[in-house]
Write a protein that binds this ligand. Sequence first.
Ligand SMILES: Cc1ncc(COP(=O)(O)O)c(C=O)c1O
Length: 482
Amino acid sequence: MKNLPPLRTLNEYLVQRDIAYEAFMRTSSDYTATKTLDELREKEYSRLDKTGQVYLDYTGGGIYADSQLEELMVLLKNGNFGNPHSNNPTSLASKQMDEYARTFVLEFFHASPDEYVVVFTQNASGAIKLVGESYPFGPDSRYLLTFDNHNAVNGIREFARAKGANITYVPIAAPDLCIDDVHLQNQLSTPNPKGNNLFVFPAQSNFSGVQHSLEWIEKAHAYGWDVLLDAAAFVPTNLLDLRLYHPEFVPISFYKMFGFPTGVGCLIAKKSALQKLHRPWFSGGTIEVASVQGDKYLFAEGAQAFEDGTTNYLILPAIEIGLNHLKSIGISMIHRRISLLTRWLLNNLLALRHSNEAPSVEVYGPQTIEQRGGTIALNFHDPTGEIYDFHLIEQSAGTFNISLRTGCFCNPGAGEIAFGLTKKDMTECFDHEERRSFERCIIAVKGKTAGAVRVSLGLVTNFSDVYCFLQFAKTFIDKPNV
Ligand SMILES: Cc1ncc(COP(=O)(O)O)c(C=O)c1O
């Protein structure tokens, strides 16, 4: 650790941390059952502790184990792999790796190969865009989405709008930032019977960590909606079991699950739902046949029609390696550990007070571990209740080697509700000729910036990490806000 939050000496810091750990263990006895993750961190992720990094941005990106890199290198060094679009020996070797990777993804999520296929994309956004640009929206269609969504999901509305579909946002309510159930139920019960209807929500919010009920999937199906479940922030620490839930589309980014590789994600799609999509173009790799003079083309069947050009075939085995790594640990163990650490951090942050008893931290989203994952969005308040600028927090965290995220995390809907920004505020933002960032808009309307600090726990988070963040949070107690 570069600097030590408020305690003066390393020794004092470690003694206090051990006392806090013992107290934590008294209320979290299950934590012992997750000890293998400490051993794993030491063996496979030692660079974190060697360099004194406190990594708390797992919703931004996961961290990779040394062995993931080594396994891939061994495989590539010992094989000969060509472009999978041919049928020569090296091409067949690549095709085989590609098939293994797809099979592995389906197995990991317990998705039946009779029901689902895997389309490889660049990331979750790429998977979401595939659906958005190809979904058969029309004037008789509806696009229904929650306020709480990543911008890639918000972006689908532009495809829907261009095709004349009705677009409806379902609100979330402060302070918990959960979906307004009555409102959603009302909207779901009124699909447009003449057209196609698409409903999208995140399994876990990348803003607040709220876990929205997966029961909405079947409720939506009962009224005839197609469902895209954005699982990008959920799957790194929760099991998504596609035997229990059957959304039409599930976008994922693999680097969020196991750190490496970046640049590959997927769309897990129901075969029946893929058939409903109409891609707006074709390219090499996506077609059975295309003709210049005949001015026609036929798409290839299944996933292939959705993968433009050559896939990232040398990297695909890293997906199997990464998923195997998670499988060997057990996603339920990761989930258990993250819940316990999140509960401890949340309770301790909420208990922080200035000398005048004013709360030092405001948490956006659920204030307990119920209905949430390991992502906590918060702001620090000074003794008068004013918020410390999140830029300052980020900068200050950096001096302690703490990696966290600030801003609104590409989720403007959740941010607008959390910060109490109204439709009028946001409309005014765009009523200027000058181009403004979200931040400058808010400053113009509110006279001050709006954003939050996000800490997100993941695969190898340990007690020392959350303890360090709590000590960092304490540095803002009674601190003048200048
Ligand atoms: C819920 C959610 N959806 C989609 C995305 C987009 O992921 P990517 O940037 O990897 O495309 C993110 C990224 O943080 C996310 O958290």
